[in-house]
Design a protein around this ligand. Structure first.
Ligand code: HPA
Length: 279
């Protein structure tokens, strides 16, 4: 079988968070590799290390602080995950869904999910943001879906629709903010692979041929769990490197973290701008 979540697991983790914070978040935010510093601008912040939350998947990856920050951003009550855990770290997919389940239990209506990604689209440059218009769920096609296992009917349907994972109204707000603040927002399809090895040139040519614009190792499972319960999702990739289609350049985790420094101010402006328009 597998490590499937129960309502009791979700309740227990949510209670541990509620004991440590009196914030009642309206929005949830996951900050990907190198993007964690956005959490530093949260006001009235209360931080809880992931290891203090029962059942929470804990990450050991550099560039991921590993704490939940509750507070306010642009006057909106928010719960921010400073760093996330990935499938390649060894957890089962349903367990990786626990953080989103807990954020939903805390009351979020909108979920902003971010990641660092490699550009598969040759027009994209490191340091640019890409708004997710859709995703390619290759892991899901191979059987690795966070909703695998008994369905929690109280939370959502057995066969949830995925025709509009990334909320169109939130996409429109993101475009408005990007235009107003000159953020140069790209758009496209994100694909999540298992990692931790980066792609070969053949992998990348395959992804390009099937319509992928950016590739990474996260986000898709979290977005699926969010949509299962009807939470509105906005997804943003920080392009950290060019995908190596010709096999002549190497991809490293260091360059992914380095790109984060350029991306954090842009991502902060985008998220803050959308929150202002929402509130
Ligand atoms: N491939 C996969 N994941 C990534 C990449 C990449 O090139 N860059 C950042 N995360």
């Amino acid at each position: 079988m597998g490590d499937f979540l129960t309502l009791a697991d979700i309740e227990k983790a949510a209670e541990a968070v509620q004991k440590r914070s009196d914030h009642q978040p309206r929005v949830g935010l996951i900050l990907g590799s190198g993007l964690g510093p956005l959490a530093d601008s949260v006001e009235d912040a209360q931080a809880i290390p992931y290891s203090d939350i029962p059942g929470w998947p804990v990450s050991g990856v550099k560039g991921h602080v590993g704490q939940l920050v509750l507070g306010r951003l642009e006057g909106v009550s928010a719960v921010v995950m400073q760093g996330r855990t990935h499938y390649y770290e060894g957890y089962d997919m349903p367990r990786l869904g626990l953080p989103v389940r807990v954020m939903q239990r805390l009351g979020i209506q909108e979920f902003f999910v971010t990641n660092a990604a490699g550009a598969v689209n040759p027009d994209f440059e490191p340091g640019e943001l890409m708004l997710l218009t859709d995703h390619l769920n290759l892991l899901g096609m191979a059987g690795q879906n966070p909703l695998r296992g008994p369905n929690l009917d109280e939370l959502g349907p057995r066969f949830p629709d995925m025709s509009q994972v990334y909320d169109r109204e939130l996409q429109a707000l993101a475009r408005e903010v990007a235009a107003e603040e000159n953020l140069g927002l790209q758009e496209g399809v994100y694909c999540c692979l298992a990692g931790p090895s980066f792609e070969t040139p053949a992998d990348l040519r395959f992804l390009r041929a099937v319509g992928v614009d950016a590739v990474g190792m996260s986000t898709v499972p979290e977005a699926i769990v969010a949509r299962h319960s009807g939470t509105r999702v906005m997804g943003v990739s920080g392009i950290s490197n060019k995908a190596n289609l010709d096999g002549n350049t190497e991809t490293t985790h260091e360059e992914v973290l380095e790109a984060g420094k350029v991306l954090v101010p842009k991502l902060t402006a985008l998220v803050r701008g959308v929150l202002r328009k929402l509130s």
